[in-house]
Design a protein. Structure first.
Length: 268
């Protein structure tokens, strides 16, 4: 006898599998983008993926997301130098993040395809910002401005977000970090954080932007205390704050309104 629920569950699991697999592939591509941006190589150059050490172009069997790194035991097949664990971690992280985004939307009846697509795009941009700032302590201006423009267009044109709230969020996010930048002559905060604050506002609106910044400072403080206690850093060690702003943005995107409601409830 045909069981519709079993068939529906099968299709749902298959969808998550394809989303996860697509995330692995995209994670590999994002790894390439991050490295090419840092090494000043054209993103869409005709050259195939290459080893960052010996610059030998990789064959297809060396370029399978996650699997190749495991099979090669984290070493280049040609020069035998180590391949950073960052690469498989990014691939797996993007795959898991995409699966979680799909899980958030797909069980919901009448969900917006544009919301799903937007959040896939947001995730990809945040991964590039997160990893590039973590590894090289640079928040790339072009990545931020392109992400801000795409987010604003989707939010206003396809999801009917309040334009005023988004612009106010950009003023709050960018202005908060700009004030710190000016007061400290760039010692406390970098220009990349100012631009990222603008992008966050255009993505989240003013309320969720405040939540995201607050979360970023809390997470950053916990991380800094851990580094100090474990003696892996000193008070003079630079902290890549863009990584924490990326985390705060992702959390606020899904739970920002709930956190605002919870906090307002405490004040009553």
């Amino acid at each position: 006898m045909f069981n519709l629920s079993v068939y529906t569950n099968y299709l749902g699991n298959l969808t998550y599998f394809f989303v996860f697999f697509f995330g692995l592939i995209l994670g590999s591509f994002l790894n390439s983008i991050i490295w090419r941006l840092w090494d000043n190589i054209a993103i869409f150059a005709r050259t195939r993926s290459m080893c960052i050490n010996c610059r030998q172009q990789l064959s297809w069997k060396e370029n399978i997301p996650l699997l190749s790194w495991l099979v090669l035991k984290g070493r280049c097949l040609h020069c035998k130098k180590n391949i950073s664990v960052y690469y498989p971690m990014v691939e797996l992280g993007v795959a898991i993040a995409f699966a979680l985004v799909a899980y958030h939307y797909l069980p919901t009846p009448n969900f917006s395809e544009w919301s799903l697509l937007r959040d896939f795009i947001f995730t990809a941009f945040l991964v590039v910002i997160f990893v590039h700032d973590l590894r090289y302590q640079v928040i790339l201006p072009n990545v931020v401005w392109i992400g801000a423009a795409i987010g604003l267009i989707i939010n206003v044109s396809f999801l009917n977000y309040d334009f005023t709230s988004l612009v106010l969020g950009a003023f709050i996010g960018g202005g908060f970090f700009l004030a710190q930048f000016l007061l400290s002559n760039g010692r406390w905060i970098g220009g990349g954080d100012v631009r990222l604050g603008v992008m966050m506002g255009l993505w989240l609106g003013w309320q969720n932007t405040i939540v995201a910044i607050f979360l970023a400072y809390i997470i950053g403080a916990i991380f800094a205390v851990f580094l100090l206690v474990s003696k892996r850093a000193t008070r003079q060690t630079a902290i890549p704050f863009g990584t924490f702003l990326s985390i705060g943005t992702m959390v606020s995107l899904y739970w920002g309104q709930n956190l605002v409601g919870w906090y307002v409830g405490l004040l009553k």
